[in-house]
Design a protein around this ligand. Sequence first.
Ligand code: PMP
Length: 398
Amino acid sequence: MFEHIQAAPSDPILGLNDAFRNDPNPKKINLGVGVYKDEQGTTPILKSVKQAEERLLNQETSKSYLSIEGSQAYREAVQTLLFGEDTQIISKQLAQTAQTPGGTGALRVAAEFIRKHLPNATIWVSNPTWANHQAVFQSVNLEVGSYAYYDVDTKSLDFESMLAGLSQVPAGDVVLFHGCCHNPTGIDPTPEQWYQLAKLCSKQGFLPLFDFAYQGFGAGLEEDAQGLRTFLNHVPEMLIANSFSKNFGLYNERVGALTIVSDNADQALAAFTQIKRAVRTNYSNPPSHGSAIVAEILNSKELRSLWEMELKSMRSRIHEMRSLFVNTLRAKGVNQDFSFISKQNGMFSFSGLNPEQVSRLRKEFSIYIVGSGRINVAGMTHENMEPLCEAIAAVLKE
Ligand code: PMP
């Protein structure tokens, strides 16, 4: 039965991790991974998470199933983080949220929902975008298109082309936006650009799908939600896939959510029953532990302020590494301008290194970078910065 099945190509980013693990060089550096690393090069469990887990261990009385849409306390906490305190969206019940296994689970449920209920919709993603977007949408046979985003020459947002591309998107299609910390470029629209995009969306009548995987990794919890909230002032409907993998460091607990917003509470509820149906036929109901941690932290004053401090320290470390990287490259005699790196948001940047330079860095210096030149700034530390920048200077020279 299985003879005709060809092996699938390996995931380019996860494959890079395997190669890194097998590299015996003690000085190896991994800028390929998609997880936060601290100054020691580890992906720590946050103190707020550990403390919440201790509480849960003592309080938990049952391992019975959660409902299809997940824990109520979690769902409410998600909405407050997305929309802010005291908003009409919450008080008028214009949003419905389903707890999902990670942001990927949310995107997958969204994809099925779109395919079934907006069957003629094409989904538009930025060029470039997170490598899994296309695959998730294509797995349910959605038509995927792309809109201009990145200007290779100026290493910045090509906003004019972005607007021009999106003005061609017809009503009824879906456009995916990265809420903040665009992966892989690290470049986000400014508040004024978000405003223009929201106005365009309202004029064209396409449905925005926000992928919000890094809230708090850019400028702050509230600041990072500005794009999404600006849209909500102009458009009646939205889908939001959010993830707590990064901002709570809960990667392997698989914690995320899919939220649907409508300007009509009954419509939001009706559409939500279809989202629940997609969940039921996929994984029936979500796993509990990670969501219980998030709800415990967000609903406890003490744990929440500890978490916000920890989130701030992850964010500050990333910003510090960005500046240090730019300065150290300059100090190592690199003439090319890398200052764009210190202006970007989140863990990722397009470094501008070409595939040949990426390959040399790996072969000659055991420095692992994704072939596209995307670097994870969180893989940098005070200790590895000098050798890293020396190696980059060496491959840029020839
Ligand atoms: N969207 C983007 C833009 C991401 O970068 C990621 C994680 N790399 C996800 C979604 C998926 O997040 P999760 O690990 O929670 O499934």
